[in-house]
Design a protein around this ligand. Structure first.
Ligand code: DC
Length: 205
């Protein structure tokens, strides 16, 4: 069984994807970490984020450490969003993601284009979202006093625009994806709803 979870930054899709993987006994891949690893490698090697070719070269990473805490920073997220608009970067990362999705036993993947490009035949697809203000509030709480709320909100809006307006595999809800708006839900209510949606689609418990 393959479950595709897509949605904008700070929508709760990562938390929901991890919970779905635990519930259904599947492995999980946060595909945003791959774009973040390329961004980190690019910066570490002095590459220019404005150059598609430099970014494509930075995709040549044999062993990606998905647990590296540096991947989680806002700065790396911003560069990841920028370089993820390059078709050469997206192409370089497709095989890794498709192989993960195709492993025996199935998988849960979360990202921006899982239900549309990476696993269009997924057994269940969720499009997880929340209002920009709520997502900025969550991100702001995570960051503590390190940034002003207005700055975080502007960042969320800029990231939404970049991720959904790019030509290559933009963030878009697949026509057959179930919509899950987490704006007014607690984490546990959102997870319960996600499990129910996947059960309804797949008949699996
Ligand atoms: O989910 P995230 O914030 O860690 O992702 C970082 C950036 O990577 C995001 O702004 C866009 C890009 N991304 C993508 O283009 N496609 C994916 N499947 C996952 C992430």
């Amino acid at each position: 069984m393959i479950i595709a979870v897509d949605g904008p930054a700070a929508s709760g899709k990562g938390t929901i994807a991890r919970a779905l993987a635990a519930h259904f006994g599947l492995l999980h891949l946060d595909t945003g970490l791959l774009y973040r690893a390329v961004a980190l490698n690019l910066l570490a090697t002095g590459g220019d984020p404005e150059s598609e070719f430099a970014a494509a070269r930075a995709c040549d990473i044999s062993q990606i450490d998905l647990a590296d805490p540096e991947l989680k920073s806002e700065a790396i997220g911003g560069v990841a969003s920028r370089i993820s608009s390059y078709p050469l970067v997206r192409e370089a990362l497709i095989a890794r993601q498709k192989n993960f999705a195709a492993q025996p036993g199935g998988a849960v993947l979360d990202g921006r284009d899982i239900g549309t490009v990476i696993a269009p035949h997924a057994d269940a697809k969720l499009y997880v979202t929340a209002s920009p203000e709520i997502r900025a509030r969550r991100r702001h709480a995570e960051l503590g006093d390190a940034a002003s709320f207005d700055h975080v909100l502007a960042d969320v809006l800029a990231r939404d625009a970049r991720d959904s307006e790019r030509a290559a595999a933009p963030l878009v809800r697949a026509p057959d994806a179930d919509l899950l708006d987490t704006s007014d839900l607690t984490i546990s209510a959102a997870v319960q709803r996600a499990v129910a949606l996947v059960e309804a689609r797949t008949g699996r418990r």
